[in-house]
Design a protein around this ligand. Sequence first.
Ligand code: SF4
Length: 462
Amino acid sequence: MARQLDILPDRAAQIGRAGEGGSTQPALKAGRHSLAGSVSQRACVFCGSRVVLYPIADALHIVHGPIGCAAYTWDIRGAQSSGSQLFRNSFSTDLQEMDIIYGGEKKLERALRDLIERHQPKAAFVYATCIVGLIGDDLEAVCKTVSAACGIPVLPVASEGFKGTKKDGYRAACESVLKLIGTGDTSKVTKRSINLLGDFNIAGETWVVRSYFERMGVEVVATITGDGRVDDIRRCHGAGLNLVQCAGSMTHLAKRMQDDYGIAFKKISFFGIEDMAAALYETAAHFEDPAIMDRAREVVRDELAAIMPKIREYRRDLAGKRAAVYVGGAFKAFSLVRALRSLDMDTVVVGTQTGDAADYEQLREMCDPGTIIVDDSNPIELAKFCLEKDVDLFIGGVKERPIAYKLGIGFCDHNHERKEALAGFVGMVNFAREVHASVMSPVWNFVPRRASRAAALKEVAS
Ligand code: SF4
């Protein structure tokens, strides 16, 4: 019998259940500052900016703040680069007591000049942290001075950690990138072309997805947040369409590009068979070119023929198993619910760090009755929900892994630290294999909570 743990009363409005209360059920509250004392799983504003901009590979990234902020986000994604590895460093001004008292602007300027001379980056991003917001260093002024002296764009990122939610960090990152966009030559960009926004090239996923579009005859101008290049970003305003894979982080940039350059955008997902195919078909439909649509069908047909035999094998064992999902953005949550369904698994708990009320409404509609839906959760809540629903699998990131293992539950890492490509059709097979290996491991039978059930099943079998 699962031990029932109380929920903090102030958290109740951010937790709901699908199928309960019908149309009278109030919308889930979202986008709030995390409740003090709840030990939120959500990262700070600075971290939000850092994870988005980090994969711009030939830029210099410097964290203006104490060393802890830089260490916390050092090489934070499994994002891969086909060239420069400069982005994987976590340069920091390492602010000390005396800098806090007298200000850190001079130190930042020295650090920037030195690093730009040594590494010759195409651009530099300078991240503000909590303490910089408190002491009031003028990042804009320092960046302007260094940019004029060194001849490259030096872009401040207004990401003071305390000033909002992780989503505010995404917005600050978008504002910085916008300063690069529109500064390059678009004369060679073709009409049937796209930018990929919010795909982070984890374990090379951007390369997988890019190859599908290229097989369709669609040019990929910039992969802004995965294997990103400053020169591509400068000219990406010439593209015909923006595809937004991580809606939480990149919708703001897509909207601004629509307003400023007239580029339409589509929110898509590259996770799971259904969503990957839909992304290709929607792109083809946008360009209204029958030849592109035909090639999209070919890509989907060929890829499915290659992966379905394996998927069917895994599905036989996984049918009826229960999963909890806790991820950063809502679009990934939607895709995971669908991907788990294609493995005949049930999602019984689903939550995100940055979803909004409309996202949670959509989750309510797509999930089975009784599914717990939660915004900005914490370890105690997540553990309680996993026990209550007796889940077989937890899908989350680095902060959720210990929760799962302590409870004796299989775990699948679907966050930015992972080393396995899970996007695209080939990613679906990797996902199914990982889920299968974790859920079906016999080790879970030795968890005390499960041991009696395993013994009973053995007795029945004999
Ligand atoms: S910016 Fe603030 S909240 Fe974020 S890591 Fe640094 S000190 Fe912590």
